[in-house]
Design a protein around this ligand. Sequence first.
Ligand SMILES: *[C@@H]1O[C@H](CO)[C@@H](O)[C@H](O)[C@H]1NC(C)=O
Ligand SMILES: *[C@@H]1O[C@H](CO)[C@@H](O)[C@H](O)[C@H]1NC(C)=O
Ligand SMILES: *[C@@H]1O[C@H](CO)[C@@H](O)[C@H](O)[C@H]1NC(C)=O
Ligand SMILES: *[C@@H]1O[C@H](CO)[C@@H](O)[C@H](O)[C@H]1NC(C)=O
Length: 273
Amino acid sequence: LQPPYPHPYRFLLNHPDKCRGRTPFLVLLVVTSPADLAARDAVRRTWGNESAVPGLDVLRLFLLGVHPVFGQELRPLLLEEDELHRDLLQQDFLDTYNNLTLKTLMGLEWVSRFCANASYVMKADHDVFLNLEFLAGLLRPPRSNFLTGYVYRHTGPLRNRAYKWFVPREVYPNDTYPPYCGGPGYVLSGDLALRVFAAAQTLPLINMEDAFVGICLHALGVAVTDPPPGAFTMYRLEYERCRFRRLVMVHHYGPRELLRVWPHFSQGRDECP
Ligand SMILES: *[C@@H]1O[C@H](CO)[C@@H](O)[C@H](O)[C@H]1NC(C)=O
Ligand SMILES: *[C@@H]1O[C@H](CO)[C@@H](O)[C@H](O)[C@H]1NC(C)=O
Ligand SMILES: *[C@@H]1O[C@H](CO)[C@@H](O)[C@H](O)[C@H]1NC(C)=O
Ligand SMILES: *[C@@H]1O[C@H](CO)[C@@H](O)[C@H](O)[C@H]1NC(C)=O
């Protein structure tokens, strides 16, 4: 449950120049698994479309590891997809649930090395609905040492092996986690993304990527910021245009649903009070 870290994981797919000469307002790091082309395409065509919000400079990248069984077979397909969209980041670790922390750190490594001037970084799962226009409103003027999302407080590791989120005492001895933001979607200021990545080089990794970011924050002495109530929703909400205009994230939206609701959502802006 504790992958080797720090470890010189190598980029198998990378876009070191994507940010050159740019200062994106938001670097959007989207977690998908290698075989999940449908999810990536839905994200590209909906909330992950870099030009969906006029005037907002968004840089989108997908985070991938190597498929634990079909790594070789998927390689040519990923190369082709990346040639077309130029938005895949992949390193040579196995793409498994317990390696999710490595994906997040790969994204933060990329920002640290190749896009250190970004104002904000958002880590998002592929199965969410996102409203970047509303998010951008919350993020201006740009802040530093800032992290927000759905905040968990007073939680602790699950010690029972039967759980998907099991964290053994050897991996994390404390009974509680510092406050952290839920993995499906959280936002950090660019400077904090760099500091979290640096802190991660010195701390024992845990397999819960979101709690691990909280542990890094605790080590840095930085507090999470609560978003406006209801802005990040961890349970599923039925789509409703005017309600979705006034929030940032809703969890549990698959590719088909994203493609179904997006045309309606992205039109009719003036119809909401
Ligand atoms: C992204 O949004 C722009 C502006 O609305 C649109 O012209 C373009 O077709 C969209 N791209 C995709 C892949 O959906
Ligand atoms: C994480 O990736 C590393 C490097 O590929 C691999 O050795 C390890 O088995 C993976 N860990 C898990 C829990 O999948
Ligand atoms: C980042 O911004 C600083 C100050 O605006 C500038 O000097 C520097 O060249 C920028 N770096 C990159 C990589 O764009
Ligand atoms: C773990 O517990 C120790 C002892 O109470 C405390 O000093 C430390 O800050 C805790 N670490 C985290 C990440 O909460």
